[in-house]
Design a protein around this ligand. Structure first.
Ligand code: PEP
Ligand code: MG
Length: 541
């Protein structure tokens, strides 16, 4: 038996086989080749397979997400069939005697660059598509079987690191738990793991390829993983796992009961979600609403910028399904660790302090308006809140509000119905805390993004695993900032919630209640445990 330790981000136990997850490596053969004809034939075969694959993906996407979303794979097919592009690659093979991999990379990159330099935003966006299909052709040339990266049976996935864009694409039904060598506890990958209720270890320095396929127990309570555990350990941890399942079952009794303290103080307990696929967990865990719908996952899940119609469909589905419950949708918070190829964001020295969230939206107004229009249209179908992230100044809020009004006027003129909605902002920077009185006058609610608020208040990069020792989620400065925000909000009849990970910290629930918090929005699995704590808290004592 091997024991390896890490940092646990969810108390729970996962038992199953290990699957080593490796992103494919594209090691291109730069040498000259002998048999030009054979190389051209390899290229032709890879192109043919890639075209066929797009057809399969088209059918799958049509079934899962509808015809419009599937259209992208038709576009990919057309790109691969382009004779000029194919000829350009073959010319490199024949005249320069280079490998099919080298020719593919060179020709496709050149075409992608050409598209990226075009003025028309639609054509510009095709550049990312070309890079996407280039990867597909390279996978076929190099024999990378990306479809089997997760294996076929549910397993504990082990990886060096996982970006949010990789994590959202994982097949959840095949995941028992996750272990990474890198990662930090407040990263979006960790947040995703928590929302999927996956026992996970980060910073597990001893992960090893030899674990692949071996039986293991991930013990989130003790922050370790046992590879090929002894029978005794298997027995005791299986029993602990069964106990967890039983405890979870007991919490079911709290469904339908209010989140109210013994002395009668009510607080709303909402869930955080990433899209319509999380609707089931909101209902299963009896959340009273959604306090944070991270709309950027709608963008991350898409191969190209989602259209107004696609966004409208996603937002409407959530709002309509949960009505009359409140659903707060945060406008696109892209940037920092959440990068998207088709957004063509420049690499930055300090991405967390950079071009992200509302800063992108107020710069790329047409992009932002598409989302605002989709949100306003969806507002007619339920009880919605619209929330802007990363606001630091009042002028940003006023500009975002003006754009919202502009979209509203356009939509009314076009004959669309718009419902009532609440407007709010995230308070996730010290600047917004300090000017909270000014901001509160302009909104219905504040939602404290404690993940970023901690990062910016303490100057601790939430992505940097080396800083965990210095990171204190209970830092008095953060708690003081929370109290200041609640007080400022209440001075202006603005209700205040927490949607960062700290909201689910059971050791702080009573503190937040005493501070006067109105709402806690947490990962869906924490809703009932939190309700249990609230119902046994007595603030009169
Ligand atoms: C936060 O910063 O606390 C938050 C809820 O937003 P995100 O984690 O998506 O940055
Ligand atoms: Mg944030």
């Amino acid at each position: 038996m091997v024991v390896a330790t890490g940092k646990s981000i969810l108390n729970g136990i996962a038992i199953g086989k290990i699957k080593i997850y490796k992103a494919p490596v594209y090691d291109i053969n730069m040498n000259q080749i002998e048999d030009v004809e054979a190389e051209v034939a390899r290229f032709d075969a890879a192109i043919e397979k890639a075209i066929k694959q797009q057809g399969i993906l088209y059918e799958k996407a049509k079934k899962d997400a509808g015809e419009e979303s599937a259209g992208i794979f038709e576009a990919h097919q057309l790109m691969l069939e382009d004779e000029d592009l194919q000829d350009a690659a073959k010319e490199i093979i024949t005249s320069q005697k280079r490998s099919a991999e080298y020719a593919t990379k060179t020709a496709f990159d050149e075409y992608a660059q050409m598209f990226a330099e075009m003025d028309d935003p639609y054509m510009k966006a095709r550049s990312a598509d070309l890079l996407d299909v280039e990867t597909d052709v390279l996978d076929f040339l190099m024999g990378n079987d990306t479809s089997s990266m997760q294996g076929t049976e549910p397993s504990i996935l082990v990886a060096e690191d996982l970006a949010p864009s990789e994590t959202v694409k994982l097949d959840k039904s095949l995941l028992l738990g996750m272990i990474t060598r890198e990662g930090s506890s407040n990263s979006h990958t960790a947040i995703l793991a928590r929302s999927m209720n996956l026992p996970s270890l980060i910073q597990c320095k001893d992960i090893d390829d030899s674990w692949d396929g071996k039986m293991a127990i991930l013990d989130g309570y003790n922050s370790c993983v046992y590879i090929e555990p002894t029978d005794d350990l298997m027995q005791s941890l299986s029993a602990k796992h069964a106990e967890d399942v039983k405890k979870l079952a007991l919490l079911q009794e709290l469904k339908g009961k209010p989140s109210v303290t013994l002395d009668g103080t009510s607080v709303h307990v909402y869930a955080n979600i990433g899209g319509p696929s999380d609707l089931g967990s909101v209902n299963e865990n009896d959340a009273e609403g959604v306090g944070l719908f991270r709309s950027e996952f709608v963008y991350l899940n898409s191969k190209e910028e989602p259209t107004e119609e696609q966004q409208f469909t996603a937002y409407k589905r959530v709002v309509e399904t949960l009505a009359p419950k409140l659903v707060i949708i945060r406008t696109c918070d892209i940037g920092a660790d959440k990068t998207i190829d088709y957004m063509h964001l420049d690499k930055e020295e300090n991405p967390a302090l950079g071009f992200r969230a509302i800063r992108i939206c107020l710069t790329r107004k047409e992009f932002f308006k598409k989302q605002l229009r989709a949100l306003l249209r969806a507002s007619a179908f339920g009880n919605m809140g619209i929330m802007f992230p990363m606001i630091i100044s009042k002028w940003e809020l006023m500009e975002a509000k003006a754009l919202l009004e502009e979209c509203k006027a356009e939509l009314i003129k076009e004959g669309h119905k718009i419902g009532k909605y609440q407007l709010g902002i995230m308070i996730e920077t010290p600047a917004s805390v300090l000017v909270a009185d000014d901001l509160a006058e302009e909104v219905d609610f504040f939602s404290l993004g404690t993940n970023d608020l901690t990062q910016y208040t303490c100057a601790i990069d939430r992505q940097n695993a080396k800083l965990e020792r210095f990171s204190d989620t209970h830092h008095p400065a953060v708690l003081k900032a929370i109290q200041m925000t609640i007080d400022a909000g209440h001075r202006h009849n603005t209700w205040v919630g927490i949607c960062g990970e700290l909201g689910a910290d059971p050791t702080l629930t009573e503190t937040f209640l005493r501070m006067g918090i109105d709402e806690l929005s947490v990962n869906a699995k924490s809703v009932l445990p939190l309700r249990k704590i609230i119902r046994s808290t007595d603030l009169s004592k």
